[in-house]
Design a protein around this ligand. Structure first.
Ligand SMILES: Cc1ncc(C[n+]2csc(CCOP(=O)(O)OP(=O)(O)O)c2C)c(N)n1
Ligand SMILES: [Mg+2]
Length: 743
C-alpha cells in the first residue's frame, strides 16, 4: 500500500543538513509535512476530477486546512492517542498513516473502503488501526463522544483489570486499549461551535480536567454563513476563555510550524494531567464548502484572493525553498512521486470491488452476540409466581412476590456492577450524593435517582462508577457513546422520557448507527434507562409522555419495555450483557405497583430480547400489548371472561424492537381476531406497524378488522378527569375487546 508517511530515503542530498529546527520541527519533518500536505491537496483535486466525470458521487475537501492536520499528527502520538476528526481532516488522517488509496476507496464507495465500506460519504474518516473513530455528517456530535473517549481512557488507567477480555458477554468482542497519558483530539469548524453540544463538551472537559484537545479550524465560514453571524464578537477564543483548567492557543493555522508549536504546548498541558486544551486555528477554505456549493455566490473575489495568499501548501513550498531545505528539484521530485502514486491509486480504486446489495443488513446489530438467542434465556433462581388474581377479576399481588420493579432494577444494576467492572452509571441525580464527604461522615442517607432506582450504588461502587451528570441529556448520551466505543458499558439514565429530546441527535444519528456506518469497525453497546409513561394522577404533559415508536423506527437500537418486576430484571441483564445499544423503557407507574412483583431471581436471570410472554392464554381474540397497559388489559380480559365468557389471549411483547412476530402470528391464527393496545397516542404509534403486519401477512386468518386502543391524539393533561379521558382505561379496553369479539 502506498503511504505518505515519513520516507527515510527521501532526498538526503536535497536536504540542507542543518541542526536548525523551526518551532521544534526539523527540516526532515518539514519535508514530510510538505509531502503530506501536497498529497492531501492532490487527493482532493483528483476526487474533484472524478466527481466531474461522475465516477464518484460527493466531494468535500480539506483544502486550506492541511497544515493543521500535519501539525496535530506530529504533535500527538499516532496509534496511541485518540482522534475524532471532521471532514476537513484529510491531511491529519494521511499524516497518521491512512493512505490515498484508502481515501479513494471511500470516494468510489468500494466494499473495502476502511471507513465505511461504501456506506458513508467520502471524508467521513474511520481507521480503527489508527484510533480514528467513525464520524457522522452531523456537525458537532463528535465532541461529546470525544469527551467520553477521554473519560474511558482515564477509567481504564485507574481500573486496569476492567480492561481484560471476558467471555460470555459483550466484553468477549471488545478489545480495550489505553495509555495512561493518552490524549483525545477532536476537531470542528467555526460554525460548529454554535452547536449546544460543543458547549456541553467544553463544560465537562473543563470540570473533569480531561485530556482533550478541542481544535477549532476557523475558516470564517460555515457554508455561506460568516463567522461573525455564528459567534458573538466573531472570535470563539474570546467566548470560551473563562473555562477553568484549559490551556488556550490561537494562531495562524496555515503555518505548520506555528501550528505544531501550539499543538505541542497543548499536548503537554493535557499529558501532564492539567486539563483540556482549546486550540483555535485561523485557516482558509479555498475550494467552496463542497462540490455542491459555489462560494462565488457569497464571497467577492477580493476576499477569495486574500485567502489564496495564505494557502498553506504554497506557503510551505515557498518556505522550504527560502530556507534552502529543498530546492526546486527536490520539490518537483516529491510532487511527481505523489502525483504518480495518486494516479495509480485512483485507477486501482476505480477498479475495486463494490459492495453487494445483499450486505445492507450486515452490522445493523452485533454479528457476534445475538440477544434473542437461547444464550440469553435463563431461569429464575427461585420459581417466579404466576400472575395471581383476587377472584374478582382484578390482578392481585401474590404474597410471596415481594420485590417491586424498582427493587429488582436496582438489584440487577448492583449485581451487574459487581460482576463487570466496566459497568458505570451516570445521569441526572443518579448518585447518592455528589458531595461524597457527607456520605462518608454519615451525615446523609443519599438520594440515588429521583425514583431511587440507583440508590446505594455510589455507596457500594464509588464515585468513579456512579456519578451525576450535568443537567444536559445530549451530554449523557454523547459521553456514554464515546465511553462505550472504547469498551466501557455505561448504563445511563434519562430522568423522564419527556426530556429525552436534547439527546435526540445522539440517539438517532449516532449511537445506533456507529456499527453500521463503520462497517463493524466500531460499536457502542450501552444501555439508556428511561422513566416513561403516565397514569400518574398529576403527571401532566411533561411527566407522562410515551413515544416509543420514534425509537423502534431507528435501526440499530434495541427497545425494551417491561411490564413487571421479573421481566425488568431479566431484560435489563440482557441489555447490559449484550453487544448492542439498548433503550430500556421503565414505566414509572409500574415501579412500585403491586401488580407484577416477584422474588429476586438471582444474579444470572436473563430474558432474551424479542420474546413475548403469553400473560393469559385464550381462544376468542388476541390482545397484543406492553408496559402499563398489560395489567389494565388483563383486568378487562378477566371481566370479559366473567361477564361474557369471551376467552382472551393476552400477549405482553416485553421487547418492542425486535418484537415477537411468531408469538403474534401463532395467536392470531388461533383466535382470528387482534387488538393492539398501547398507551401512546393512537396515530402513527407502535400499534400501527403491528396492525399493518397482521393485515399484510395474516389477512386470510382474520374474522374481523384489526383494532387498536390507545391514547387520544393529544398530550396527557394534569387534571385527573382529563388524564383518564386521554389514556386508555380498563373500560376502553373492555369495550374494544367486547366489540371485537362480537364482530
Ligand atoms: C447538525 C448539522 N447541521 C447542518 C449540517 C449541514 N452542514 C454541513 S457542514 C456545515 C457547515 C459547517 O461549518 P464549519 O463548522 O465552520 O466547518 P467548515 O465546513 O467551514 O470547515 C453545515 C451547515 C450538518 N451537517 N449537521
Ligand atoms: Mg468554517
Amino acid at each position: 500500500m502506498a503511504t505518505t508517511k515519513v520516507d527515510p530515503k527521501l532526498n538526503e542530498s536535497n536536504i540542507a543538513k542543518k541542526a536548525k529546527t523551526y518551532q521544534g520541527l526539523t527540516s526532515q519533518q518539514l519535508i514530510d509535512a510538505y509531502r503530506i500536505m501536497f498529497t492531501s491537496r492532490r487527493v482532493d483535486d483528483r476526487e474533484i476530477l472524478l466527481k466531474r466525470q461522475q465516477k464518484v458521487f460527493f466531494q468535500i475537501s480539506g483544502a486550506g486546512h492541511e497544515a493543521m492536520g500535519v501539525a496535530a499528527a506530529f504533535a500527538l502520538k499516532p496509534g496511541s492517542d485518540w482522534f475524532y476528526p471532521y471532514y476537513r481532516d484529510r491531511a491529519l488522517c494521511l499524516a497518521l498513516g491512512a493512505t490515498p488509496y484508502e481515501m479513494l476507496l471511500g470516494a468510489v464507495g468500494a466494499a473495502d473502503d476502511p471507513s465505511s465500506g461504501g456506506r458513508q460519504m467520502p471524508s467521513h474518516w474511520a481507521y480503527k488501526r489508527l484510533n480514528v473513530v467513525t464520524q457522522s455528517s452531523a456537525t458537532g456530535t463528535q465532541i461529546l463522544q470525544a469527551v467520553g473517549c477521554a473519560e474511558a481512557g482515564r477509567y481504564f488507567a485507574k481500573h486496569p483489570k476492567s480492561s481484560q477480555k471476558t467471555d460470555g458477554d459483550y466484553r468477549q468482542f471488545k478489545d480495550v486499549q489505553f495509555q495512561g497519558d493518552e490524549i483525545t483530539y477532536v476537531s470542528l469548524g467555526d460554525g460548529t461551535t454554535s452547536e449546544g453540544e460543543f458547549w456541553e463538551a467544553l463544560n465537562t472537559a473543563s470540570n473533569r480536567r480531561l485530556p482533550v484537545i478541542f481544535c477549532v479550524q476557523d475558516n470564517e465560514y460555515a457554508i455561506s454563513v460568516p463567522v461573525e453571524v455564528q459567534t458573538s464578537g466573531g472570535n470563539i477564543s474570546r467566548l470560551v476563555s473563562g473555562f477553568p483548567n484549559f490551556h488556550f492557543e490561537e494562531f495562524d493555522g496555515t503555518d505548520p510550524a506555528v501550528a505544531y508549536a501550539a499543538l505541542k504546548r497543548a499536548a503537554e498541558h493535557c499529558r501532564a494531567g492539567n486539563g483540556p486544551a482549546f486550540v483555535h486555528a485561523h485557516v482558509i477554505r479555498p475550494y467552496s464548502h463542497s462540490l455542491s456549493d459555489d462560494e462565488r455566490l457569497y464571497r467577492p473575489d477580493s476576499e477569495r484572493q486574500a485567502d489564496a495568499a495564505r494557502d498553506p501548501v504554497h506557503r510551505l513550498q515557498m518556505f522550504l525553498l527560502r530556507e534552502g531545505i529543498l530546492d526546486e528539484k527536490g520539490i518537483n521530485k516529491i510532487e511527481k512521486e505523489m502525483e504518480e502514486q495518486i494516479q495509480a491509486d485512483a485507477d486501482r480504486a476505480l477498479a475495486a470491488t463494490l459492495p453487494q446489495p445483499e450486505t445492507i443488513y450486515n452490522y445493523v446489530y452485533s454479528p457476534d452476540l445475538d440477544p434473542t438467542s437461547a444464550a440469553f434465556e435463563t431461569h429464575p433462581a427461585i420459581a417466579a409466581p404466576e400472575n395471581a388474581t383476587d377472584g374478582k377479576g382484578s390482578a392481585a399481588p401474590n404474597k410471596s412476590s415481594n420485590k417491586t420493579m424498582a427493587d429488582l432494577i436496582n438489584t440487577t444494576l448492583r449485581d451487574e456492577m459487581r460482576r463487570d467492572e466496566r459497568v458505570i452509571v451516570f445521569g441526572e441525580d443518579v448518585a447518592d450524593a455528589s458531595r461524597e464527604e457527607y456520605l462518608k461522615q454519615k451525615l446523609i442517607k443519599g438520594k440515588g435517582g429521583v425514583f431511587k432506582l440507583t440508590s446505594g450504588l455510589q455507596l457500594e461502587f464509588g464515585s468513579d462508577r456512579v456519578f451525576n451528570s450535568p443537567l444536559a441529556e445530549a451530554n449523557i448520551v454523547g459521553r456514554a457513546t464515546g465511553m462505550a466505543t472504547r469498551g466501557l458499558k455505561p448504563v445511563v439514565e434519562i430522568q423522564f422520557f419527556d426530556y429525552i429530546w436534547p439527546a435526540m441527535m445522539q440517539l438517532r444519528d449516532e449511537l445506533p448507527i456507529i456499527r453500521w456506518r463503520s462497517n463493524n469497525a466500531f460499536s457502542a453497546p450501552l444501555v439508556v434507562r428511561v422513566a416513561i409513561g403516565g397514569y400518574l394522577t398529576g403527571g401532566a404533559i411533561y411527566h407522562s409522555q410515551c413515544g416509543e415508536s420514534i425509537f423502534t423506527h431507528t435501526p440499530g437500537l434495541r427497545v425494551v419495555f417491561p411490564s413487571n418486576a421479573l421481566d425488568a430484571a431479566g431484560l435489563l441483564r440482557t441489555a447490559i450483557r449484550c453487544d448492542d445499544p439498548v433503550l430500556f423503557l421503565e414505566h414509572k407507574r409500574l415501579y412500585r405497583e403491586t401488580y407484577g412483583r416477584a422474588p429476586y431471581p438471582g444474579p444470572d436471570y436473563m430474558v432474551p430480547f424479542g420474546k413475548a410472554k403469553v400473560v393469559q392464554p385464550g381462544t376468542d381474540l388476541t390482545v397484543i400489548t406492553y408496559g402499563a397497559v398489560v395489567p389494565r388489559a388483563l383486568q378487562a380480559a378477566q371481566k370479559l371472561e366473567r361477564e361474557h365468557h369471551v376467552s382472551v389471549e393476552l400477549i405482553d411483547l416485553r421487547c418492542l424492537s425486535p418484537f415477537d412476530w411468531d408469538a403474534i402470528a401463532a395467536s392470531v391464527k388461533k383466535t382470528n381476531r387482534a387488538l393492539i393496545a398501547y398507551e401512546d397516542s393512537l396515530s402513527w404509534g407502535y400499534g400501527a406497524e403491528i396492525a399493518a403486519r397482521i393485515a399484510d401477512q395474516l389477512f386470510h386468518h382474520l374474522d374481523a378488522p384489526v383494532k387498536r386502543v390507545a391514547a387520544t391524539d393529544t398530550f396527557v393533561a394534569y387534571q385527573p378527569i382529563l388524564e383518564n379521558a386521554i389514556l386508555p382505561q380498563v373500560s376502553d379496553l373492555f369495550r374494544a375487546m367486547r366489540e371485537l369479539a362480537e364482530f
